[in-house]
Design a protein around this ligand. Structure first.
Ligand code: PPS
Length: 575
């Protein structure tokens, strides 16, 4: 049904339910044989789920053009209803060409299951710069929301109503994935008339517990702790770990004060506008109040160190929207620990000159990497131990040593010595992905064009990241002449462990003089085409962690330099 159903619930107003009745579902399934299919992206699946279950009420589908333009420009739907975030279905140009207004499109998940049918009412090419500026206040692609918009989202948007067949199935933490209908029912059954919601994408510690308890006390109500488990900021702690942390933390709350529920939201890190969006979503879940702290849903700073949003911009916008929101803000300042009082306090309530303590996200990550203590004043021991379970200290983490350099520079020889030295120490499996070896086994069909070389390096990066994730060591030794794909690998592998780029910077003349395989002679004679350094480019890395010229040192000396670096960085312990 695409009509709005007015729930009998204490709060939240009209709740949209886009799941159709079984008869309509059956007839759509039959008809869908003739529908074009769109395979939803990860973000679109999150959006569709929250559209279908009413978390995005009053929306009844992906925005049409008039609503989209109005939302971007003035934070309202075309009819004037407050709505801060464009919920759009972006598609590729190729797919868009096959679609006309009035068509029905089967929206499918990664396994091909049809989750919903979209009736296309509008198709247009958005002005992405205007969208970025209007929604995020910047067109800088260092902002993750802008980066997604500019570099990942398709160039055509389809708008129209949704008929839902089934919500995406989740196999993890099933009992905690409550729809807006379910939270409303839960509040009603428990007799909770005032509920304050807390949004987070990070693990929660004592400061958060204090903040949420204060908020519940302030509103004389109960708590809905509703972390986001859809898409958050790249690099965040994975949601499996976080949910185990939340569960551990909840054991330390007074009984009956609150409820944990997970929200499959795809965040945009849109700061102030995102705060308003979060508040509306919580209203739809039946909450009466919403906590907005410091830098709510902020993406941090750009590369020049300038924050994208001011620390309390979100609170300001929430105040401006107060009349339209239907949910009340509970604003909070930063909570800090006051050792003298053995308690947490909002920073603006701490008397001047009093000693305070806090641990930043960066410091927490460092402590986890180094295996350092997480003090009791900062977090509960059960939460700390959950974090430790999934954050191995560097000394036991997997890592990749990625060599790059010209043919004949000594990559393979040094990589082999390094492999043996690592095995001599023991403790981790070591896999050598040498250039020739990979070309024989993984990339035998590839040649040496830029496209093929990059594909080869991507494959090596993928295998290395899997090895690294499993706690092993991958030693890779291809030429890898192009910078962008090397950087891609760094990003991929850094998410799961260590990445060390070693530039074997032996000069071309030396490599050519060595010419162990006789390839340089052939390249000079034009018998081998596209030969790196002779008739093909080599982009010197500017981000190498180590630069080693093997012209005047032995392979063992080169490997020892790398071993010393691994010790200095904490991947290996000193002997
Ligand atoms: S790349 O660019 O990273 O995909 O190259 P890689 O997989 O490391 O393969 C390089 C090895 O292939 C041999 N070979 C060539 N190298 C460079 N350019 C051309 N045109 C070429 N044709 C064959 C060469 O033996 C390389 O091995 P190394 O160990 O680097 O000498």
């Amino acid at each position: 049904m695409t009509t709005a159903t007015d729930m009998i619930a204490p709060h939240g107003g009209v709740l949209v339910d886009l799941i159709v009745d079984p008869d309509r579902a059956e007839s759509l399934k039959q008809a869908s044989r003739d529908f074009p299919s769109w395979d939803l992206t990860e973000r679109q699946i999150c959006d569709l789920e929250l559209l279908m279950n009413g978390a995005f009420s009053p929306l009844t589908g992906f925005l049409r053009r008039d609503d989209y333009e109005s939302v971007c420009a003035r934070m309202r739907l075309a009819d004037g209803t407050l709505w801060p975030m464009p919920i759009t279905l972006d598609v590729s140009d190729e797919f868009a060409q096959s679609i006309s207004e009035g068509d029905q499109v089967a929206l499918r998940d990664a396994e091909g299951v049809m989750l919903a049918v979209l009736t296309v009412e509008d198709k247009w090419q958005p002005d992405k710069m205007a969208e970025a500026q209007g929604v995020f206040g910047t067109t800088n692609t260092e902002h993750p929301g802008v980066d997604y918009l500019m570099n990942q989202a398709g160039n055509t948007y389809l708008g129209g109503r949704i008929e839902g067949l089934s919500l995406p199935v989740h196999y993890d933490f099933k009992g905690l994935r409550l729809t807006p209908m379910e939270t409303r029912e839960l509040f009603q059954a428990a007799g909770w008339s005032r509920v304050v919601a807390f949004q987070t994408r990070n693990p929660m510690h004592r400061a958060h517990q204090e903040l949420t308890l204060r908020a519940a006390e302030e509103v004389a109500g109960h708590l809905l702790i509703q972390p986001v488990v859809g898409m958050t900021k790249p690099g965040d702690v994975d949601h499996f770990t976080r949910v185990r942390c939340y569960q551990a933390l909840l054991d330390n709350y007074p009984a009956g004060v609150g409820q944990l529920a997970l929200l499959n939201l795809a965040m945009r890190m849109g700061g102030p506008r995102e705060a308003v969006w979060h508040a509306i979503i919580r209203k739809n879940h039946g909450c009466t109040h919403f906590i907005v702290g410091r830098d709510h849903a902020g993406p941090g700073s750009d590369s020049q160190g300038n924050p994208f949003y001011g620390p309390y911009d979100a609170q300001e916008l929430m105040r401006e929207c107060a009349d339209d929101l239907g949910v009340e803000m509970v604003p909070f300042r930063l909570m800090v620990y006051v050792p003298d009082k053995h308690a947490y306090m909002p920073v603006d309530e701490v008397p001047e000159g009093t000693e305070t303590k806090s641990i930043s996200g960066t410091e927490l990550r460092e402590r986890l990497l180094n295996g350092d203590d997480l003090p009791d004043w900062f977090t509960f021991p059960t939460v700390a131990s959950e974090l430790r379970r999934s954050h191995r200290p560097r000394a036991t983490q997997g890592f990749t040593v990625f060599f790059t350099g010209l043919s004949g520079s000594g990559k393979s020889t040094v990589a082999n010595v390094l492999r043996v030295k690592l095995l001599e120490r023991g403790g981790r499996s070591v896999t050598l992905l040498d250039g020739d070896l990979v070309r024989r086994n993984l990339s035998s069909e590839l040649g040496f064009s830029k496209e093929h070389r990059n594909l080869n390096i991507q494959r090596i990066g993928f295998v290395a990241s899997e090895i690294t994730k499993g706690g092993g060591v991958a030693v890779c030794a291809p030429i890898a002449p192009y910078d962008s794909v090397r950087q891609e690998n760094r990003r991929l592998i850094n998410e799961v462990g260590g990445y060390i780029l070693v530039h074997i910077a032996t000069p071309l003349e030396v490599c050519e003089q060595r010419d162990r395989k006789g390839l340089y002679a052939k390249a000079r004679a034009g018998i081998i085409k596209e030969f790196t350094g002779i008739s093909d480019p080599y982009e010197e890395p500017e981000d190498a962690d180590l630069r080693i010229d093997t012209a005047d040192i032995t392979p063992e000396e080169a490997a020892d330099q790398i071993m010393a670096h691994l010790v200095a960085e904490g991947y290996l312990t000193e002997n």
